[in-house]
Design a protein around this ligand. Structure first.
Ligand code: HMG
Ligand code: MG
Length: 306
């Protein structure tokens, strides 16, 4: 059976946000800044820099404004700096720093919604609606990300109809693209395709992205399964950093290095220099004093040592 793949894919490195939000120790702003600058030097064109959530809930992101201020002098016009915003308070705090995109983040699971953002799915949409409208009025892009689209740490399997429902609600309030997240990495290719297909009832494939955590080692396979449906944008995390503070035991997103290696091997371009990317992942892994979570990075580093 012949299968067509896109010529290029957009990688969104989420490690500064999804990766570092999960560290037990808060990482200094200068280290976050160096990570972001390393990623951009490696050719990353879109990244999640930070989140404007409550510092009581996620202290690791409490330096959001400071970080964006530190990045301002070297800010690149052709790089999309994205930030998470859960409500109007977060938007008001974020807007002074002119993010290129805001991410409103909902859930396909009621219980996860309560645990993560302290409100029901429907309440979250009510909170997001003025945020999306305000962002658009200021020329800021709006992305909606849906957690637990395959499985939930509290509710187990999630029905694709829930994904369709939340996608429609987010699109209706103005989300221009939708991220389908496997928050706890329990998905397998067909289940992930079902979640994506549910979203496709309400949004074009060109506006859909995949956000796959690798807890069960399925994230690269799930990325391939999404590519086969025509998805061309993926959230990934250098060195596989991360997890979600409200999804106990969940590990990081699929490693950026592993996805880039797979894509380049398939003849799909990303604009990313894999060698520089590996160095970026090594630098932050060394800082955090942990082994690099990317298989590709470990292999390439071993080669460098030979
Ligand atoms: P809440 O306590 O229900 O909020 O939290 P509230 O409106 O009742 O306000 C309570 C206090 O928080 C008030 O302060 C507000 O001003 C303040 P007080 O009057 O008591 O001094 N507050 C804020 N402060 C700063 N920034 C804000 C903000 N909002 C209220 N934006 C809230 C609701 C959503 C804020 C809270 O639940 C929260 O911050 N949750 C954190 C969620 C989070 O960051 N989770 C991790 C990211 S999501 C993720 O990782 C999943 C993803 O990767 C996809 C996937 O893998 O699934 C995206
Ligand atoms: Mg995530």
């Amino acid at each position: 059976m012949s299968q067509s793949y896109p010529n290029d894919v957009l990688i969104v490195d989420v490690s500064p946000r999804d990766g570092l939000q999960n560290e037990s120790e808060t990482v200094p702003t200068a280290v976050k800044q160096a990570l972001i600058e390393d990623l951009i030097a490696a050719g990353i064109k879109k990244l999640e820099a930070t989140s404007f959530v409550s510092p009581k809930w996620v202290p690791q992101m409490g330096d959001n404004g400071e970080l964006l201020t530190a990045l301002a002098p070297t800010r690149q016009a052709d790089v999309c700096y994205s930030v998470l915003v859960p409500n109007m308070r977060g938007f008001e705090n974020a807007v002074a720093y002119r993010p290129d995109e805001i991410v409103i983040f909902g859930s396909a699971s009621e219980t996860f919604s309560q645990k993560n953002i302290n409100c029901s799915i429907d309440e979250s949409i009510e909170r997001f609606a003025p945020v999306a409208a305000a962002a658009k009025a200021q020329g800021i892009k709006v992305r909606g990300v849906i957690s637990c689209t395959v499985g939930c740490p509290y509710e187990g399997e999630i029905d694709p109809s829930q994904v369709a429902y939340v996608t429609k609600r987010l699109v209706d309030i103005g989300a221009e693209c939708i991220g389908i997240a496997d928050t706890i990495g329990v998905g397998t290719p067909i289940k992930v395709q079902r979640a994506l297909q549910a979203a496709l009832h309400h949004i074009d494939v060109g506006a859909l992205s995949g956000h796959f955590h690798d807890t069960y080692g399925q994230a690269l396979s799930n990325t391939l399964a999404a590519l086969q449906l025509g998805v061309r944008e993926f959230d990934t995390s250098v060195a596989g950093l991360g997890g979600c503070p409200y999804a106990k035991g969940a590990t990081g997103n699929v490693a950026t290095e592993d996805v880039v290696y797979m894509l380049h091997g398939m003849g799909i371009s990303t604009g990313i220099d894999l060698d520089k990317l590996v160095s970026a992942g090594e630098r932050i892994s060394n800082y955090l004093e942990r082994s690099n979570g990317s298989s590709v990075a470990r292999a390439l580093i071993n080669q460098r040592l030979d």
